[in-house]
Design a binder for this molecule. Structure first.
Ligand code: ZN
Length: 279
């Protein structure tokens, strides 16, 4: 049983949505891949803290680094999907999304990942802009989705903040939202991105404890590139630059303190997920 979930979106530093003009997929193979050492840093820190999590893997990464997928599996972590080509769901057709999912599943199976039940869309994009998306996930055999952020811009502050069933014509998914905080009256990321990097570890730990006192899990999300000691930078539009580059310095140490302060596990072992998967 895991009180909280620790999740990792396994992607390289150049997997950034919305910048096809600067970092087109056709160029990815020519860029320096840094995902293996940075993912290993996370695996090391989790092992040192005695914690496990869910690694949601971009299929493109699994195809190029299958040994990394086996290292994740052998560490006792859950492996899930983060899109094969790391494209926003609402920018694909339903048919293209289905094919992307199948390619993602095939890449993980070829790497030896084992059964897969969990998904997170790139940039939280399985939202109201892709209303047809959840049914396709259910049809392709996924059971847990962690793609709906209860914040503005990438999601909606109206989305629930604890796990809930998301009905689709092909059966329901268990939707597992990430941890949010409040800043000046607005819901902000506390369990991921700039909010997690900015927060004092003690504040994150106390927010997790407050959720747990209410009987709710807290879900954290990080990226391997956030632990890169010397991440390559490209010129990005302001909101993306903030999301990717703000307050990276010292983040690995702050994250270690968060990992030491609460009990984490994979998405599929949250109490809500255990009951869901047993049904
Ligand atoms: Zn991503």
């Amino acid at each position: 049983m895991a009180l909280n979930a620790f999740t990792v979106d396994v992607e390289d530093w150049f997997h950034i949505c919305g910048v096809d003009d600067r970092l087109p997929a056709s160029q990815w193979d020519r860029l320096e891949s840094r995902v293996v050492p940075t993912t290993r840093a996370l695996l090391d820190d989790l092992a040192a803290a005695g914690q496990r999590g869910t690694f949601l893997v971009v299929g493109w990464v699994a195809e190029r680094h299958p040994a990394l997928i086996r290292e994740i599996r052998d560490g006792g972590h859950e492996i899930g999907l983060h899109g094969h080509r790391h494209r926003r769901i609402f920018e694909m057709t339903p048919e293209a999304f289905r094919q992307d999912l199948r390619d993602n599943l095939a890449a993980l199976a070829a790497a030896g990942a084992g059964p897969v039940v969990s998904f997170r869309a790139p940039e939280w994009s399985l939202n109201h802009r892709a209303p047809w998306g959840p049914a396709i996930l259910a049809e392709e055999g996924l059971r847990i989705d962690a793609s709906r952020a209860p914040v503005a811009r990438v999601g909606s502050p109206g989305y629930p903040r604890r796990p809930y069933p998301l009905a689709t014509p092909a059966g329901a998914l268990l939707e597992v939202p990430p941890l949010v905080g409040r800043l000046a009256g607005h819901a902000v990321p506390l369990g991921w991105g700039w909010g997690l990097r900015k927060a004092a570890p003690a504040d994150v730990v106390s927010a997790i404890a407050a959720n747990n006192r209410d009987g709710d899990p807290a879900v954290l999300t990080v990226h391997p590139w956030e632990l890169d000691p010397a991440p390559p930078h490209v010129r990005l539009p302001a909101p993306l630059a903030f999301a990717h580059y703000y307050k990276l310095s010292g983040f690995r140490e702050r994250l270690r303190q968060v990992l030491a302060g609460a009990e984490f596990g994979p998405l599929c072992e949250l109490p809500d997920a255990r009951a869901w998967l047993a049904d």
